[in-house]
Design a protein around this ligand. Structure first.
Ligand SMILES: [Zn+2]
Ligand SMILES: [Zn+2]
Ligand SMILES: [Zn+2]
Ligand SMILES: [Zn+2]
Length: 323
């Protein structure tokens, strides 16, 4: 009997000890996590961060998982959903299957209004923080947003940063890669009378530590079949203005020269082509340049890329007009 009671005592003591140990552990892990964060930043940030994250989760539509913007709707039981999804669910709450009605969730809309969140491209380097409702507007234009694949021959949906896209062009599109700021390119086609819009050729040049895409293609400009060559810059518009390029094509004692600024790949290939921002060669002239019996297209396009003088003001200024 004695033993039993002792056993009993012991075991309950052990449980108490365990509880205490458990609490100690929790406390020490809390302290640890705080001191860890404290060393890098402020001690307050982890708590603020976790509450922002959970509010952010509340603002995620449970149906489509997009962020919700006013009007945010809810059912009689309080399940929320976004206005796009509301039009699709035939007046049934997707969570509890009850009739949805027309209840707005003003409280959540107000909470969203008070939130400030980092740009969704923060992992790509954007340091900006925005009120919830203006975040979308910024993200559509954020300089850190990924680029679309500049390859024009297909509807490629790949997006990413420049180094990623360069590897993608080389490995997946088998694009020619060249180093250097001058180039000399031959375009040969055996039956140039067949005008197809689909003669896309793309070469990537690596110079000044940047990447440039040289496009060459055939298309119909009005009634006239033409060839067009132009350069695009793999980076944003502002940076692209630091560079210029020239293209030259000729033969039989004639020559066409184009000088321009490479367009950013933010502008679609089609947009650049349709604005005729490049070297345009009428097919007749192209065949004349090709020599021979005009049965074969044999163009030699030479080009050069150079860096413009840096202007720290970021724009041209005529001294007399600038006060
Ligand atoms: Zn939704
Ligand atoms: Zn519901
Ligand atoms: Zn941003
Ligand atoms: Zn691609």
């Amino acid at each position: 009997m004695e033993f039993d009671s002792i056993d009993c005592m012991t075991s309950s003591d052990v449980i108490d000890d365990d509880d205490e140990i458990h609490h100690h552990n929790q406390l020490s892990s809390l302290l640890k996590s705080h001191s860890n964060n404290g060393s890098s930043n402020s001690i307050v940030s982890p708590a603020v961060h976790s509450s922002t994250t959970s509010v952010h989760e509340l603002l995620e539509c449970p149906v489509c998982t997009n962020s919700m913007y006013p009007p945010i709707h809810q059912c009689h039981n309080g399940h929320t959903l976004c206005s796009t999804c509301k039009t699709r669910v035939h007046n049934r709450c997707p969570t509890c299957r009850q009739e949805l009605g027309d209840i707005r969730c003003l409280a959540l809309e107000k909470v969203a209004e008070s939130l400030e969140l980092p740009c969704k491209y923060s992992s790509l380097g954007c340091p900006e923080i925005f009120p919830y409702y203006s975040k979308l507007k910024h993200e559509a234009l954020c300089n850190f947003r990924p680029y679309n694949c500049p390859y024009a021959g297909s509807e490629c949906t790949v997006v990413g940063g420049i180094p990623f896209l360069v590897a993608h062009l080389r490995d997946d599109h088998k694009v020619d890669m060249h180093s250097g700021c001058t180039f000399n390119h031959r375009y040969v086609k055996s039956n140039p009378r067949e005008v197809e819009n689909a003669t896309w050729m793309l070469t990537v040049f690596h110079c000044y530590g940047q990447y440039f895409c040289l496009h060459f293609e055939a298309f119909q400009l009005g009634m006239a079949p033409v060839y067009m060559a132009f350069l695009r810059f793999m980076g944003d518009e502002v940076e692209s203005r630091n560079y210029s390029y020239s293209l030259e094509v000729g033969g039989n004692g004639r020559k066409l020269i184009w000088e321009g600024t490479p367009r950013s790949i933010r502008d679609s290939h089609r947009k650049v082509r349709d604005s005729h921002d490049g070297l345009i060669i009428q097919r007749n002239m192209a065949l004349f340049f090709s020599g021979g019996d005009r049965k074969e297209l044999k163009l030699r396009v030479t080009g050069r890329i150079w860096k413009e003088q840096q202007n720290p003001e970021g724009g041209a200024c005529i001294p007399n007009l600038c006060s």
